[in-house]
Design a protein. Structure first.
Length: 285
């Protein structure tokens, strides 16, 4: 009887190991899938493909809930889906998707000592926990901050939600210090957008916004086109610089979709948003 029990336990353990190996093998393959997804320029095809891949990622996470690679793919994928597609449907649809992306990134960071309690605590507690993270944590921190900040940006009418913006800033400051080049200067792009949205009379700093946008553009050689779009949408509208607004959006429209092949999809999204913003120029200026 003891021998049978031991064999059963060993068998179950072996099955668990095989399942974990299989999941991690698929997770590795998904890395190539996301590369191919980001290289896609057809928005309709990308939308159809991404939704299915996101559900596959969630299935993999159920089988291996602490797998940081798969959790990061989910955080990045849901962030991309919300920005590229859900926001165009409605902010009501985009909000829970951004939060889902944020929470997947948090599941990575919550594996670091003290982080989970700190992010639910005060700003100073969060800053202390973030300071203990390493450069290897930059991707998870960035996507947590990006998705959380994007959620806040489309929920500005809620004062309670807006109160969390300082925590997002603390996360992005970590990225800015530890790897400012990450995701084509993504931290500078964030701070440029935030400071370009807040009016000067309410504490906004348009001159700092412009500096951040220019730094972000320099990281990609002006090839990551979402930077120009956000530059126009926030800073240019805030300071009412119609000429720069048009110049930036025309630059996006004139750029080849192959200007940076590894981000054809984000650049296709940028072109789509640039066309919409150009059609609104007379309403905004």
């Amino acid at each position: 009887m003891r021998i049978l029990s031991a064999l059963l336990v060993a068998s179950l353990s072996m099955q668990g190991c095989v399942q974990t190996i299989a999941i991690r093998t698929v997770g590795g393959i998904m890395e190539y899938g996301f590369e191919a997804f980001n290289e896609e320029s057809d928005l309709d095809l990308a939308r159809e493909g991404l939704s299915g891949n996101l559900k596959l990622l969630e299935a993999l996470i159920k089988g291996d809930p602490d797998n940081e690679q798969i959790l990061l793919f989910a955080a990045q994928g849901y962030s991309a889906y919300a920005l590229a597609f859900a926001e165009d449907d409605s902010v009501e649809r985009a909000r829970p998707i951004y939060l889902r992306a944020r929470d997947y990134a948090f599941r990575i960071l919550d594996q670091r000592s003290g982080f989970k309690n700190a992010r639910k605590g005060s700003l100073e507690e969060l800053r202390t926990a973030v300071s203990a993270l390493s450069k290897d944590d930059v991707p998870a921190v960035f996507w947590a901050a990006f998705s959380w900040g994007s959620y806040i940006n489309i929920t500005r009418e809620d004062a309670i939600v807006m109160a969390d913006l300082s925590k997002v800033d603390a996360l992005m400051e970590f990225v800015l210090v530890n790897d400012p080049s990450y995701y084509y200067g993504g931290a500078d792009l964030y701070f440029g957008s935030i400071q370009g949205t807040i009016p000067a009379v309410l504490g906004g700093r348009p001159e700092r916004s412009k500096e951040h946008f220019e730094k972000s553009l320099s990281f990609s050689g002006r090839k990551f086109l979402m930077a120009q779009v956000m530059y126009a949408k926030t800073y240019c509208v805030q300071v009412q610089d119609r000429d720069l607004y048009k110049k930036l959006l025309d630059e996006v429209g004139d750029a080849s979709i192959d200007i940076l092949p590894e981000v054809r999809l984000p650049n296709a999204v940028a072109k789509h948003k640039a066309r919409r913003l150009l059609s609104q120029i007379d309403e905004l200026f």
